[in-house]
Design a protein around this ligand. Structure first.
Ligand code: UD1
Length: 375
Protein backbone atom coordinates (compact mmCIF):
# COMPACT_ATOMS: atom_id res chain seq x y z
CA UNK A 1 0.00 0.00 0.00
CA UNK A 2 1.34 3.39 -0.98
CA UNK A 3 1.76 5.82 1.91
CA UNK A 4 0.94 9.43 1.03
CA UNK A 5 1.30 12.35 3.42
CA UNK A 6 -1.28 15.14 3.05
CA UNK A 7 -0.17 18.43 4.57
CA UNK A 8 -2.50 21.19 5.79
CA UNK A 9 -1.67 24.09 8.03
CA UNK A 10 -3.84 27.13 7.55
CA UNK A 11 -7.56 27.68 7.22
CA UNK A 12 -7.75 27.57 3.40
CA UNK A 13 -5.86 24.26 3.32
CA UNK A 14 -8.37 22.23 5.28
CA UNK A 15 -11.13 22.44 2.67
CA UNK A 16 -8.67 21.34 0.00
CA UNK A 17 -7.49 18.17 1.73
CA UNK A 18 -10.98 17.17 2.94
CA UNK A 19 -12.35 16.04 -0.46
CA UNK A 20 -9.05 14.35 -1.35
CA UNK A 21 -9.18 12.26 1.80
CA UNK A 22 -12.81 11.40 1.07
CA UNK A 23 -11.93 10.31 -2.45
CA UNK A 24 -9.24 7.98 -1.09
CA UNK A 25 -11.22 6.71 1.90
CA UNK A 26 -11.96 3.30 0.44
CA UNK A 27 -8.84 2.95 -1.66
CA UNK A 28 -6.91 -0.24 -1.12
CA UNK A 29 -3.94 1.32 -2.92
CA UNK A 30 -3.23 4.37 -0.76
CA UNK A 31 -2.78 4.88 2.97
CA UNK A 32 -3.16 8.61 3.73
CA UNK A 33 -1.25 10.19 6.61
CA UNK A 34 -2.56 13.61 7.68
CA UNK A 35 -0.11 16.22 8.93
CA UNK A 36 -1.42 19.48 10.41
CA UNK A 37 1.43 21.96 10.75
CA UNK A 38 -0.42 24.04 13.35
CA UNK A 39 0.09 27.30 11.39
CA UNK A 40 -3.50 28.09 12.38
CA UNK A 41 -4.47 26.98 15.86
CA UNK A 42 -7.48 28.95 17.21
CA UNK A 43 -10.53 26.69 17.43
CA UNK A 44 -12.44 28.62 14.77
CA UNK A 45 -9.40 28.80 12.48
CA UNK A 46 -8.53 25.11 12.78
CA UNK A 47 -10.35 22.49 14.92
CA UNK A 48 -13.79 23.73 13.79
CA UNK A 49 -12.76 23.01 10.23
CA UNK A 50 -11.74 19.45 10.98
CA UNK A 51 -15.16 18.68 12.49
CA UNK A 52 -17.16 20.70 9.92
CA UNK A 53 -15.37 19.17 6.97
CA UNK A 54 -15.47 15.58 8.22
CA UNK A 55 -11.68 15.24 8.25
CA UNK A 56 -10.20 12.63 10.58
CA UNK A 57 -8.00 13.98 13.32
CA UNK A 58 -4.46 14.53 11.98
CA UNK A 59 -1.91 11.79 12.63
CA UNK A 60 0.58 14.55 13.44
CA UNK A 61 0.06 18.11 14.67
CA UNK A 62 3.36 19.99 14.45
CA UNK A 63 1.97 22.87 16.56
CA UNK A 64 4.20 25.51 15.02
CA UNK A 65 1.85 28.47 15.71
CA UNK A 66 2.51 32.04 14.63
CA UNK A 67 5.77 33.89 14.07
CA UNK A 68 7.62 35.77 11.36
CA UNK A 69 7.59 34.09 7.97
CA UNK A 70 11.11 32.78 8.53
CA UNK A 71 10.30 31.50 12.01
CA UNK A 72 7.11 29.80 10.88
CA UNK A 73 8.62 28.27 7.74
CA UNK A 74 11.71 27.08 9.61
CA UNK A 75 9.67 25.55 12.44
CA UNK A 76 7.48 23.64 9.98
CA UNK A 77 10.54 22.39 8.10
CA UNK A 78 12.38 21.20 11.18
CA UNK A 79 9.35 19.36 12.55
CA UNK A 80 8.07 18.01 9.25
CA UNK A 81 11.49 16.58 8.36
CA UNK A 82 11.27 14.28 11.40
CA UNK A 83 7.85 13.05 10.21
CA UNK A 84 9.11 12.45 6.68
CA UNK A 85 12.14 10.54 7.88
CA UNK A 86 10.05 8.40 10.23
CA UNK A 87 7.14 7.74 7.85
CA UNK A 88 9.15 7.33 4.62
CA UNK A 89 6.14 8.21 2.42
CA UNK A 90 5.99 7.45 -1.28
CA UNK A 91 4.60 10.92 -1.88
CA UNK A 92 3.82 14.21 -0.14
CA UNK A 93 0.78 16.20 -1.27
CA UNK A 94 0.71 19.93 -0.52
CA UNK A 95 -2.17 22.28 -1.34
CA UNK A 96 -2.55 26.00 -2.00
CA UNK A 97 -0.02 28.70 -1.30
CA UNK A 98 0.48 29.23 2.42
CA UNK A 99 3.74 29.01 4.36
CA UNK A 100 2.96 25.39 5.25
CA UNK A 101 2.82 24.56 1.52
CA UNK A 102 6.34 25.66 0.66
CA UNK A 103 7.85 24.53 3.97
CA UNK A 104 6.55 20.96 3.64
CA UNK A 105 7.35 20.92 -0.08
CA UNK A 106 10.98 21.79 0.49
CA UNK A 107 11.35 19.09 3.12
CA UNK A 108 9.69 16.43 0.97
CA UNK A 109 11.89 17.20 -2.00
CA UNK A 110 15.09 17.23 0.04
CA UNK A 111 14.12 13.90 1.59
CA UNK A 112 13.89 12.55 -1.97
CA UNK A 113 10.10 12.13 -1.83
CA UNK A 114 7.84 12.73 -4.85
CA UNK A 115 6.01 16.06 -4.38
CA UNK A 116 2.50 16.74 -5.66
CA UNK A 117 0.97 20.23 -5.59
CA UNK A 118 -2.79 20.71 -5.70
CA UNK A 119 -3.78 24.15 -7.07
CA UNK A 120 -0.47 24.51 -8.91
CA UNK A 121 0.43 27.14 -11.49
CA UNK A 122 -1.66 30.08 -10.22
CA UNK A 123 0.21 33.39 -10.52
CA UNK A 124 -0.71 36.91 -9.43
CA UNK A 125 2.67 38.27 -10.67
CA UNK A 126 2.75 40.27 -7.45
CA UNK A 127 5.87 39.36 -5.52
CA UNK A 128 4.81 41.61 -2.65
CA UNK A 129 2.34 38.83 -1.78
CA UNK A 130 3.94 36.15 0.40
CA UNK A 131 1.62 33.63 -1.27
CA UNK A 132 3.04 34.39 -4.72
CA UNK A 133 6.54 33.54 -3.49
CA UNK A 134 5.15 30.34 -1.96
CA UNK A 135 3.42 29.40 -5.23
CA UNK A 136 6.45 29.97 -7.41
CA UNK A 137 8.90 28.28 -5.07
CA UNK A 138 6.62 25.26 -4.53
CA UNK A 139 6.03 24.76 -8.25
CA UNK A 140 9.77 25.06 -8.95
CA UNK A 141 10.31 21.76 -7.06
CA UNK A 142 6.99 19.97 -7.71
CA UNK A 143 6.89 16.61 -9.55
CA UNK A 144 3.14 16.33 -10.11
CA UNK A 145 1.01 19.41 -10.80
CA UNK A 146 -2.77 19.50 -10.36
CA UNK A 147 -4.36 22.60 -11.87
CA UNK A 148 -7.74 24.29 -11.53
CA UNK A 149 -7.86 26.43 -14.68
CA UNK A 150 -6.23 26.56 -18.13
CA UNK A 151 -4.13 29.65 -17.33
CA UNK A 152 -2.28 27.66 -14.65
CA UNK A 153 -1.03 25.17 -17.21
CA UNK A 154 0.14 28.00 -19.48
CA UNK A 155 2.07 29.48 -16.56
CA UNK A 156 3.74 26.16 -15.73
CA UNK A 157 4.67 25.45 -19.35
CA UNK A 158 6.14 28.97 -19.65
CA UNK A 159 8.25 28.21 -16.56
CA UNK A 160 9.69 25.15 -18.30
CA UNK A 161 7.70 22.32 -16.72
CA UNK A 162 6.89 19.24 -18.78
CA UNK A 163 3.37 18.93 -20.16
CA UNK A 164 3.17 15.30 -19.00
CA UNK A 165 3.48 16.31 -15.34
CA UNK A 166 0.58 18.78 -15.48
CA UNK A 167 -2.96 17.53 -14.89
CA UNK A 168 -5.95 19.83 -15.36
CA UNK A 169 -8.35 18.24 -12.90
CA UNK A 170 -10.70 21.02 -11.78
CA UNK A 171 -11.04 22.52 -8.35
CA UNK A 172 -11.00 20.64 -5.04
CA UNK A 173 -12.31 23.76 -3.24
CA UNK A 174 -15.47 23.39 -5.28
CA UNK A 175 -15.71 19.66 -4.49
CA UNK A 176 -15.74 20.65 -0.86
CA UNK A 177 -18.15 23.55 -1.40
CA UNK A 178 -20.77 21.40 -3.15
CA UNK A 179 -20.46 18.66 -0.53
CA UNK A 180 -20.84 21.13 2.35
CA UNK A 181 -23.63 23.07 0.66
CA UNK A 182 -25.68 19.94 0.56
CA UNK A 183 -25.07 19.42 4.29
CA UNK A 184 -25.86 23.05 5.17
CA UNK A 185 -29.15 22.88 3.25
CA UNK A 186 -30.16 19.72 5.11
CA UNK A 187 -28.92 20.84 8.53
CA UNK A 188 -28.68 24.64 8.76
CA UNK A 189 -26.31 26.36 11.15
CA UNK A 190 -27.36 26.54 14.78
CA UNK A 191 -24.96 29.08 16.31
CA UNK A 192 -24.01 32.72 15.79
CA UNK A 193 -24.59 32.51 12.04
CA UNK A 194 -28.21 31.50 12.52
CA UNK A 195 -28.81 34.23 15.09
CA UNK A 196 -27.32 36.87 12.79
CA UNK A 197 -29.18 35.66 9.72
CA UNK A 198 -32.51 36.09 11.50
CA UNK A 199 -31.65 39.77 11.99
CA UNK A 200 -30.77 40.38 8.32
CA UNK A 201 -33.00 41.64 5.50
CA UNK A 202 -33.20 39.80 2.15
CA UNK A 203 -30.37 41.88 0.68
CA UNK A 204 -27.14 41.85 2.63
CA UNK A 205 -23.42 41.52 1.92
CA UNK A 206 -20.69 39.36 3.41
CA UNK A 207 -17.16 40.63 3.96
CA UNK A 208 -13.78 39.07 4.68
CA UNK A 209 -10.49 40.98 4.88
CA UNK A 210 -7.18 39.75 6.20
CA UNK A 211 -4.43 40.39 3.67
CA UNK A 212 -1.48 42.30 5.16
CA UNK A 213 -1.51 44.68 2.15
CA UNK A 214 -5.08 45.70 3.04
CA UNK A 215 -5.17 45.62 6.81
CA UNK A 216 -1.63 46.36 8.02
CA UNK A 217 -1.44 49.93 6.69
CA UNK A 218 -3.51 52.43 8.68
CA UNK A 219 -4.40 54.66 5.73
CA UNK A 220 -5.34 51.81 3.38
CA UNK A 221 -7.39 49.94 5.95
CA UNK A 222 -9.16 53.10 7.14
CA UNK A 223 -10.03 53.99 3.51
CA UNK A 224 -11.52 50.55 2.85
CA UNK A 225 -13.49 50.49 6.11
CA UNK A 226 -14.82 54.02 5.57
CA UNK A 227 -16.07 53.14 2.07
CA UNK A 228 -17.71 49.96 3.31
CA UNK A 229 -19.31 51.76 6.26
CA UNK A 230 -20.85 54.25 3.79
CA UNK A 231 -22.03 51.50 1.45
CA UNK A 232 -23.56 49.65 4.39
CA UNK A 233 -26.16 52.40 4.68
CA UNK A 234 -27.88 50.70 1.70
CA UNK A 235 -27.45 47.08 2.86
CA UNK A 236 -25.93 45.61 6.01
CA UNK A 237 -22.55 43.89 5.79
CA UNK A 238 -21.68 40.81 7.86
CA UNK A 239 -17.99 40.56 8.67
CA UNK A 240 -16.54 37.40 10.27
CA UNK A 241 -13.18 38.80 11.23
CA UNK A 242 -9.73 37.15 11.08
CA UNK A 243 -7.71 37.60 14.31
CA UNK A 244 -5.02 39.64 12.53
CA UNK A 245 -7.69 42.05 11.23
CA UNK A 246 -9.38 42.29 14.63
CA UNK A 247 -6.04 43.38 16.12
CA UNK A 248 -5.66 46.10 13.46
CA UNK A 249 -9.20 47.43 14.03
CA UNK A 250 -8.26 48.00 17.65
CA UNK A 251 -4.79 49.38 16.86
CA UNK A 252 -6.10 51.91 14.31
CA UNK A 253 -9.04 53.03 16.49
CA UNK A 254 -11.65 51.82 13.98
CA UNK A 255 -13.96 49.96 16.39
CA UNK A 256 -16.55 52.76 16.16
CA UNK A 257 -17.17 51.89 12.50
CA UNK A 258 -18.58 48.46 13.39
CA UNK A 259 -21.52 46.91 15.22
CA UNK A 260 -20.34 44.11 17.54
CA UNK A 261 -22.48 41.03 16.82
CA UNK A 262 -22.81 40.12 20.49
CA UNK A 263 -24.12 43.55 21.34
CA UNK A 264 -27.14 43.68 19.06
CA UNK A 265 -30.42 41.89 18.79
CA UNK A 266 -32.13 44.57 16.75
CA UNK A 267 -32.78 44.03 13.02
CA UNK A 268 -29.61 44.73 11.05
CA UNK A 269 -30.83 47.08 8.35
CA UNK A 270 -27.50 48.87 7.92
CA UNK A 271 -23.91 48.97 9.20
CA UNK A 272 -21.04 46.48 9.34
CA UNK A 273 -21.69 43.70 11.82
CA UNK A 274 -18.44 42.33 13.25
CA UNK A 275 -18.21 38.62 14.21
CA UNK A 276 -15.33 36.40 15.26
CA UNK A 277 -14.00 33.91 12.68
CA UNK A 278 -16.66 31.34 11.75
CA UNK A 279 -16.38 27.64 10.97
CA UNK A 280 -16.78 26.67 7.31
CA UNK A 281 -20.44 25.70 7.41
CA UNK A 282 -21.52 28.64 9.53
CA UNK A 283 -19.92 31.08 7.13
CA UNK A 284 -21.30 29.23 4.11
CA UNK A 285 -24.76 29.43 5.66
CA UNK A 286 -24.39 33.23 5.62
CA UNK A 287 -22.64 33.93 2.29
CA UNK A 288 -24.61 31.47 0.12
CA UNK A 289 -27.59 33.85 0.26
CA UNK A 290 -25.69 37.13 0.19
CA UNK A 291 -26.31 39.67 -2.59
CA UNK A 292 -22.52 39.79 -2.97
CA UNK A 293 -19.31 38.92 -1.18
CA UNK A 294 -16.63 41.57 -0.64
CA UNK A 295 -13.27 39.96 0.03
CA UNK A 296 -9.51 39.77 -0.36
CA UNK A 297 -9.50 35.96 -0.04
CA UNK A 298 -8.37 33.75 -2.91
CA UNK A 299 -10.68 30.84 -2.13
CA UNK A 300 -13.85 32.92 -1.89
CA UNK A 301 -13.26 34.32 -5.37
CA UNK A 302 -13.54 30.74 -6.60
CA UNK A 303 -16.38 29.64 -4.34
CA UNK A 304 -18.56 32.64 -5.28
CA UNK A 305 -17.83 31.91 -8.93
CA UNK A 306 -19.04 28.34 -8.49
CA UNK A 307 -22.33 29.58 -6.99
CA UNK A 308 -22.56 32.55 -9.46
CA UNK A 309 -22.66 35.07 -6.61
CA UNK A 310 -21.10 38.48 -7.36
CA UNK A 311 -17.68 38.90 -5.76
CA UNK A 312 -16.03 42.28 -5.25
CA UNK A 313 -12.35 41.65 -4.66
CA UNK A 314 -10.38 44.21 -2.67
CA UNK A 315 -7.17 43.61 -4.62
CA UNK A 316 -5.56 44.95 -7.79
CA UNK A 317 -4.68 41.52 -9.15
CA UNK A 318 -5.75 37.92 -8.90
CA UNK A 319 -3.96 34.62 -9.41
CA UNK A 320 -7.37 33.20 -10.33
CA UNK A 321 -8.19 35.02 -13.61
CA UNK A 322 -10.91 32.55 -14.57
CA UNK A 323 -13.11 33.99 -11.81
CA UNK A 324 -12.96 37.35 -13.61
CA UNK A 325 -13.53 35.97 -17.12
CA UNK A 326 -16.46 33.89 -15.80
CA UNK A 327 -18.07 37.21 -14.86
CA UNK A 328 -18.66 36.71 -11.13
CA UNK A 329 -15.54 38.43 -9.85
CA UNK A 330 -14.48 42.05 -10.29
CA UNK A 331 -11.20 43.44 -9.03
CA UNK A 332 -12.06 46.62 -7.15
CA UNK A 333 -8.58 47.47 -5.88
CA UNK A 334 -8.61 49.63 -2.78
CA UNK A 335 -10.26 52.71 -4.30
CA UNK A 336 -13.21 53.61 -2.02
CA UNK A 337 -15.19 55.14 -4.91
CA UNK A 338 -14.88 52.01 -7.02
CA UNK A 339 -15.76 49.71 -4.12
CA UNK A 340 -18.90 51.73 -3.44
CA UNK A 341 -19.89 51.89 -7.12
CA UNK A 342 -19.61 48.09 -7.41
CA UNK A 343 -21.70 47.53 -4.31
CA UNK A 344 -24.35 49.88 -5.71
CA UNK A 345 -24.32 47.92 -8.97
CA UNK A 346 -25.01 44.69 -7.07
CA UNK A 347 -27.80 46.25 -5.06
CA UNK A 348 -29.35 47.75 -8.20
CA UNK A 349 -29.46 44.22 -9.66
CA UNK A 350 -27.42 45.11 -12.77
CA UNK A 351 -24.54 42.60 -12.24
CA UNK A 352 -24.35 40.36 -15.30
CA UNK A 353 -25.10 36.64 -14.90
CA UNK A 354 -21.84 34.68 -14.72
CA UNK A 355 -20.80 31.18 -15.83
CA UNK A 356 -19.15 28.27 -13.99
CA UNK A 357 -15.64 27.24 -15.17
CA UNK A 358 -14.99 23.90 -16.81
CA UNK A 359 -14.42 20.93 -14.44
CA UNK A 360 -15.60 22.85 -11.37
CA UNK A 361 -18.09 20.04 -11.00
CA UNK A 362 -17.34 18.49 -7.62
CA UNK A 363 -15.27 15.66 -9.08
CA UNK A 364 -11.71 17.08 -9.08
CA UNK A 365 -10.66 14.96 -6.09
CA UNK A 366 -11.78 11.76 -7.79
CA UNK A 367 -9.64 12.68 -10.81
CA UNK A 368 -6.68 13.45 -8.56
CA UNK A 369 -7.12 10.22 -6.59
CA UNK A 370 -6.94 8.17 -9.80
CA UNK A 371 -3.69 9.88 -10.80
CA UNK A 372 -2.17 9.52 -7.31
CA UNK A 373 -2.90 5.82 -7.34
CA UNK A 374 -1.37 5.39 -10.78
CA UNK A 375 1.84 7.40 -10.16
C1 UD1 B 1 -2.43 32.74 6.19
C2 UD1 B 1 -1.87 32.60 4.75
C3 UD1 B 1 -2.83 33.27 3.78
C4 UD1 B 1 -4.25 32.77 3.95
C5 UD1 B 1 -4.66 32.98 5.41
C6 UD1 B 1 -6.07 32.50 5.69
C7 UD1 B 1 0.58 32.58 4.59
C8 UD1 B 1 1.74 33.35 4.15
N1 UD1 B 1 -0.59 33.25 4.63
O1 UD1 B 1 -2.43 34.12 6.50
O2 UD1 B 1 -2.42 32.98 2.46
O3 UD1 B 1 -5.11 33.48 3.10
O4 UD1 B 1 -3.75 32.23 6.23
O5 UD1 B 1 -6.42 32.79 7.00
O6 UD1 B 1 0.70 31.42 4.88
N2 UD1 B 1 -3.65 34.13 14.25
C9 UD1 B 1 -4.43 33.82 15.33
N3 UD1 B 1 -4.93 32.55 15.40
C10 UD1 B 1 -4.68 31.59 14.47
C11 UD1 B 1 -3.87 31.92 13.39
C12 UD1 B 1 -3.36 33.19 13.29
O7 UD1 B 1 -4.67 34.65 16.20
O8 UD1 B 1 -5.19 30.46 14.61
C13 UD1 B 1 -3.13 35.52 14.13
C14 UD1 B 1 -1.76 35.67 14.77
O9 UD1 B 1 -1.67 36.96 15.29
C15 UD1 B 1 -0.84 35.55 13.59
C16 UD1 B 1 -1.65 36.21 12.49
O10 UD1 B 1 -3.00 35.84 12.77
O11 UD1 B 1 0.38 36.15 13.81
C17 UD1 B 1 -1.28 35.79 11.11
O12 UD1 B 1 -1.32 34.36 10.97
P1 UD1 B 1 -0.47 33.64 9.82
O13 UD1 B 1 -0.69 32.18 9.85
O14 UD1 B 1 0.95 34.13 9.90
O15 UD1 B 1 -1.04 34.26 8.49
P2 UD1 B 1 -2.53 34.60 8.01
O16 UD1 B 1 -2.68 36.07 7.98
O17 UD1 B 1 -3.54 33.80 8.76
Amino acid sequence: MKKIIFVAGARPNFMKIAPLLRALKHSAAVRPVIVHTGQHYDTNMSAAFFSDLDINQPHYNLEVGSGTHAEQTAAIMTRFEKVCLAEKPAMVVVVGDVNSTIAAGLVAKKCGVCLAHVEAGLRSRDLAMPEEINRMATDAITDLFFTTEPEAKRNLLAEGHADAKIHFVGNVMIDNLLYQLDKVKKRPSSGTAKTIKKLLPAKYLCLTLHRPSNVDNRETFTGIVTALAKASASAPIVFPCHPRTRAKIAAFGLSGKFIESGKTDRKLTSGICLLGPLGYNDFLYLWKDAAAVVTDSGGLQEETTALTIPCITIRNNTERPITVSAGSNVLAGIDPGRIMALIEKVLAGTWKKSSVPKLWDGKASERIAKILIKN
